[in-house]
Design a protein around this ligand. Structure first.
Ligand SMILES: C[S@@+](CC[C@H](N)C(=O)[O-])C[C@H]1O[C@@H](n2cnc3c(N)ncnc32)[C@H](O)[C@@H]1O
Length: 186
């Protein structure tokens, strides 16, 4: 909520429709769920493209339990997981979802994005996701005014995003993390 929704989605949702989001790492579908929840509340059209080369098996996703009141509509979370891969589907108007099993390294898009959820595993466990080259590729896929958010606040990542032409800010991080990064293409 702190990194992707508050620092990312909320900066764009008031500016109007539609918003094209690229998520790096669909994982358990939590970010997609948090986003569709806000989308339905605000009535904003969102096209959500998410990359996941290693999808979790359906028998595991069927047992996801976040606890508390984080996921209030399990049917909707299930719909995100059961949506077919490689095809854009309207999960519930005005939210469309395209899940693809491509890696970020292999991914190409004709259309650019307004918002990037950079939710790759961190540099210590997956350094190949944080190279200057890959961050530059992501920056090139953003629209003017586009927003990139990540929980990572590493100095090298900040410098590489700036070198890719983005205006980078350090924001207060989520609980347990001092800082996070938001970068805007101007
Ligand atoms: C921190 S998790 C994402 C969590 C997810 N956003 C959620 O809401 O549950 C990172 C994800 O990145 C995926 N991943 C690994 N290598 C990748 C690559 N080369 N391109 C895109 N995603 C990748 C992993 O399989 C993993 O699911």
């Amino acid at each position: 909520m702190h990194v992707f929704i508050h620092a990312g989605l909320f900066t764009l949702i008031e500016k109007g429709n539609p918003i094209r989001i690229l998520e790096v790492g669909f994982g358990t579908g939590l970010n997609a769920w948090l986003t569709i929840r806000e989308c339905l509340q605000a009535g904003t059209t969102i096209h959500y493209v998410t990359l996941e080369p290693f999808p979790i098996p359906m028998d595991i996703s069927a047992h996801l339990n976040y606890g508390g009141d984080l996921v209030t509509d399990h049917a909707l979370l299930t719909a995100l997981h059961e949506a077919p891969w490689e095809t854009e589907v309207f999960i519930q108007s005005p939210f469309s979802l395209l899940k693809t099993q491509q890696s970020l390294q292999a991914f190409h898009s004709e259309e650019k994005f307004d918002l990037i959820y950079y939710d790759a595993f961190g540099p210590p466990s997956q350094p190949e996701m944080w190279t200057a080259e890959l961050l530059h590729k992501v920056a090139s896929m953003m629209n003017d005014g586009g927003v990139f958010v990540t929980y990572c606040a590493k100095g090298q990542v900040r410098r590489d995003l700036a070198a890719a032409g983005l205006k980078v800010e350090r924001l207060a991080g989520p609980p347990g993390k001092r800082e996070m990064l938001r970068a805007i293409k101007s």
